[in-house]
Design a protein around this ligand. Structure first.
Ligand code: NAP
Length: 247
């Protein structure tokens, strides 16, 4: 799907929530979805970053977005219930959920892993994504064709030394997607994963500080797959884990 070309209005009338929308891949996905006609809900930790994305979207003449500042590490059931109620009240439905926000945490041998670091990574990368998906599911049922996308990684498909809790969390992400997808079967909701591959963002720079970043794909170059999974062209695709970059 790296070559998918979305029609300019492919996401018109869709409401799509993106987690981690203030930076990196999530920021570019939010801008791209908005430019294809979606009303985007920007969820993230740092309000100032979300406001910058909001301003860019408004300046580009796209549908007016919404901002949800929320730290997924401390978020409770009540936060997600309130979020679902607000979306239902304001928009009546949710057509897309891009579970994108994650943290890398510390890399290193599992033998030396700090337990609190492990727990924080699991909270943001796994528990928060399971909870937001569960609580937004009823409002997604109100969409004629809804798409949930989880964000995986190469280290969530094949174990690799020193990738620690991050890798474990990404295996969990693949499993969560497969379990959800098997349960929804043929309904109005489909659930898939994207593996972005090595991409020029802050997270990648932290993992590989010595790397030449100019050799990496930019988030913009991944957008064909991100658009495909949110557009109705993927309405029949469920339970797949797609690569956003050619192998
Ligand atoms: P990034 O540049 O670090 O951006 C991550 C985003 O998630 C930021 O907007 C960040 O917000 C948000 N976030 C982090 N912790 C949060 C929390 N507790 N609550 C709410 N939001 C939080 O990462 P990225 O490279 O774009 O990665 C996006 C996704 O792709 C992740 O799932 C990552 O695992 C996956 N991925 C990336 C690569 C790569 O090479 N970049 C490769 C494979 C998979 P703040 O900026 O406000 O902290």
């Amino acid at each position: 799907m790296h070559t998918y070309q979305a029609a300019e209005n492919a996401l018109e009338n869709k409401v799509i929530l993106i987690t981690g929308a203030g930076d990196g891949i999530g920021r570019v996905a939010a801008l791209t979805y908005a430019k294809h006609g979606a009303t985007v809900i920007l969820l993230g930790k740092t309000t100032q970053k979300l406001e910058c994305v909001y301003d860019e979207i408004v300046a580009a003449g796209c549908p007016k977005p919404a901002i949800v500042p929320l730290d997924l590490k401390g978020a409770t059931k009540q936060h997600y219930r309130d979020l679902a109620a607000t979306i239902e009240q304001q928009f009546g439905k949710l057509d897309g959920l891009l579970n994108n926000a994650s943290i890398l945490g510390a890399l290193g041998p599992l033998e030396h892993f700090c337990v609190s670091t492990f727990e924080n990574i699991m909270k943001v990368n796994v528990t928060a994504q399971a909870m937001i998906t569960k609580y937004l599911f009823p409002v997604m049922r109100k969409s004629p064709s809804a798409s949930i996308v989880f964000t995986s990684s190469g280290v969530g498909r094949q174990g690799r030394e020193f990738w620690g809790a991050y890798a474990i969390s990404k295996f969990a992400t693949e499993g969560m997607m497969q379990t959800w997808a098997a349960e929804v079967g043929k309904t109005n909701i489909r659930i898939n994963c994207i593996n972005p591959g090595a991409t020029r963002t802050g997270m990648r720079a932290t993992a590989y500080p010595g790397e030449d970043k100019d050799k990496l794909k930019t988030p913009e170059e991944l957008m064909p797959t991100y658009l495909y999974l949110m557009s109705d062209d993927s309405a029949e695709v469920n339970g797949q884990s797609l690569d956003a970059q050619p192998k």
